[in-house]
Design a protein. Structure first.
Length: 137
């Protein structure tokens, strides 16, 4: 296991099991968000519930964040190293209506909003839909 993987696990107080290492490596190779189905295709011999638990563990430890892109399938993307999944870490996502891929736009933060008294934001989801660079030809 390389130093980058060791650091990612230790920063999030996660034990680096064999499946977690494989899934994290796979996530680090992606340029788009992935679904549980994508993981199942990549790891055909792995148990679906193990893959699901791995994603949920990663999400709880803020190693990945989930994205509701309107497709009915939750997608997951690797968080930036300094991410704590707080309001300042929230960013836009882009969903291509042609190829159906979803991308993090980490350079575009969701603006802070002033909520009414006694309202507390728990999560925010901003998805822009259109054609990605590959499909926009």
């Amino acid at each position: 296991m390389n130093d980058t993987l060791v650091k990612k696990f230790s920063n999030r107080d996660l034990k680096p099991t064999a499946m977690r290492i494989l899934v994290l490596r796979f996530l680090m190779e992606q340029t788009k968000a992935i679904s549980l189905s994508d993981l199942e295709l990549a790891f055909e011999r792995a148990d679906k519930s193990t893959l699901f638990r791995t994603l949920k563990t990663f999400e709880q430890s803020k190693l990945v964040h989930s994205i509701e892109d309107g497709t009915g399938h939750l997608k997951y993307a690797l968080c930036l190293e300094e991410c704590n999944c707080s309001a300042v870490d929230l960013h836009y996502h882009f969903h291509c209506i042609k190829c159906k891929e979803t991308y993090c736009l980490t350079n575009l933060n969701i603006p802070t909003i002033d909520l009414p008294k006694n309202f507390e934001m728990q999560q925010a989801n901003m998805v822009v839909k259109g054609l990605c660079a590959n499909c926009n030809h």
